[in-house]
Ligand binder design. Structure first.
Ligand code: HEC
Ligand code: HEC
Length: 356
């Protein structure tokens, strides 16, 4: 019986560490963020609310510490600073509230386009007139990129991706938003504005119903896209214009100096990133980098859930080759330990039988 008591205590503490301490430590290192939302409208609105909530909490904290300072005589000198913190927290909150209004009306305006069934045949014409091929190639349709990589890097800061696979890779709602207002869809409003415009020009319509025109362009992109892409190709299409995966000899096709000037920093090599940041982090980061790294210059990449999982799977394959082997070995090891625990117990019972 004593053994069982000891076992219970050991199990209790193991469980406490596994389900209690470890998740708590993890949540402190990586603050909890809402999971990726592949309904981009809902996700954006929820995120705007999350930012407001955080701003409100920050304001309350700032006001609280101001109040404390005002009550104590010795801390008078710090009051001015605390007052500034309160003022700036109010500004942050006001901006966050404004953003919620803007993002809500942005998606509301696009609702008709999201509901419409676009026509791929009409979309082919609209696509040609919309000017997309002034910057992007569509190799599968025999349209080469209008500039070589070096000139494109200088012109845009980054090589605009080929659009042959865009209809498969990117979510429909996301594409609609991107065509209408790239800065907003890519979540880089903090970096680009009217005086410093984003290199991808917004589509202003050809004179007809703009919602219909956008829906047609997206239907066209979907109609020319392949049915499937493997994990590596998905990564190359979605991330390679900025990131290297040197361990798999994948190198960014953009000029590195131009890219650094455009992004403000050189995008890191992603060979081992899966280990540094975990699968969990990546799954929310790609869908909305601002959630994890507020203010980052990396644009959102609006992949569908399937494509995003492929990108992560590819990064796992390169960065953590032994994972499958490790998982498999883990089960075998546990089975081995269990078996030997049983044998040790039986042996003990046998030896002590005469004494008891
Ligand atoms: C003036 C040049 C220009 C025009 C016109 C343009 N784009 Fe782009 N596009 C870019 C650049 C540059 C990028 C890469 C931006 C970045 O990664 O920061 C891009 C990125 C994209 C992406 C990838 C988005 C992502 O999430 O990674 C898609 C899809 C796309 N464009 C589609 C289109 C479509 C469709 C049109 C026509 C309606 C179009 N573009 C018109 C320059 C352009
Ligand atoms: C237009 C360029 C661009 C594209 C496209 C892009 N990234 Fe990035 N990425 C960046 C930049 C710049 C940084 C550095 C951000 C920073 O330090 O704020 C970055 C950082 C990262 C990080 C590190 C985040 C961290 O917490 O330090 C990861 C992971 C990442 N990118 C993954 C991806 C994946 C996966 C894709 C494709 C789905 C992708 N990126 C597409 C520019 C890009």
């Amino acid at each position: 019986m004593r053994e069982f008591k000891i076992l219970t205590v050991v199990l209790f503490f193991t469980a406490l560490i596994y389900w209690g301490v470890e998740p708590f430590a993890h949540s402190q290192m990586h603050p909890h963020v809402a999971p990726a939302d592949f309904d981009f409208a809902k996700g954006d609105i929820a995120y705007a609310k999350e930012v407001i909530h955080k701003a409100q909490t920050d304001q309350a904290t700032a006001e609280e510490s101001l109040k404390k300072l005002q009550q104590s005589l010795s801390e008078r000198l710090k009051i001015e600073e605390a007052q500034k913190a309160v003022d700036s927290s109010k500004k942050v909150l006001a901006i966050a509230q404004e953003e919620l209004v803007k993002i809500t009306s942005f998606w509301k305006e696009l609702e008709p386009a999201r509901q419409m069934k676009g026509s791929a045949t009409k979309g082919a014409e609209t696509f040609m007139s919309a000017g997309c091929i002034g910057c992007h190639g569509v190799k599968s349709q025999g349209m080469a990129a209008p500039m070589d990589n070096a000139s494109a890097s200088v012109a845009f800061g980054v090589v605009p991706p080929d659009l042959s696979n865009a209809g498969l890779l990117y979510d429909k709602s996301y594409l609609i938003a991107l065509i209408k207002e790239p800065t907003r869809a890519l979540k880089v409003e903090h970096k680009f504005n009217e005086t410093k415009p984003h290199p991808m020009i917004a589509f202003f319509g050809l004179g007809g119903d703009i919602n219909q025109e956008i829906a047609d362009i997206v239907a066209y992109l979907q109609s020319i896209a392949p049915k499937e892409l493997d994990a590596k190709q998905t990564f190359e299409d979605a991330c390679q214009r900025c990131h290297d995966i040197k361990y798999d000899k994948v190198l960014s096709n953009s000029n590195q100096d131009a890219l650094k000037a455009y992004m403000g920093t050189t995008p890191p090599d992603l060979s081992m990133m899966i280990r540094a940041k975990s699968k969990d982090y990546l799954s929310t980061f790609i869908n909305n980098p601002q959630k994890q790294l507020a203010g980052t210059s990396m644009p959102r990449v609006g992949l569908t859930e399937v494509s995003q999982n492929k990108v992560v799977a590819y990064m796992e394959k390169v960065g953590d080759r032994k994972k499958a082997e490790r998982d498999d070995l883990g089960y075998k090891l546990i089975a081995y330990m269990a078996l030997f625990t049983l044998l040790a117990y039986l042996w003990k019972v046998k030896i002590w039988r005469k004494v008891h």
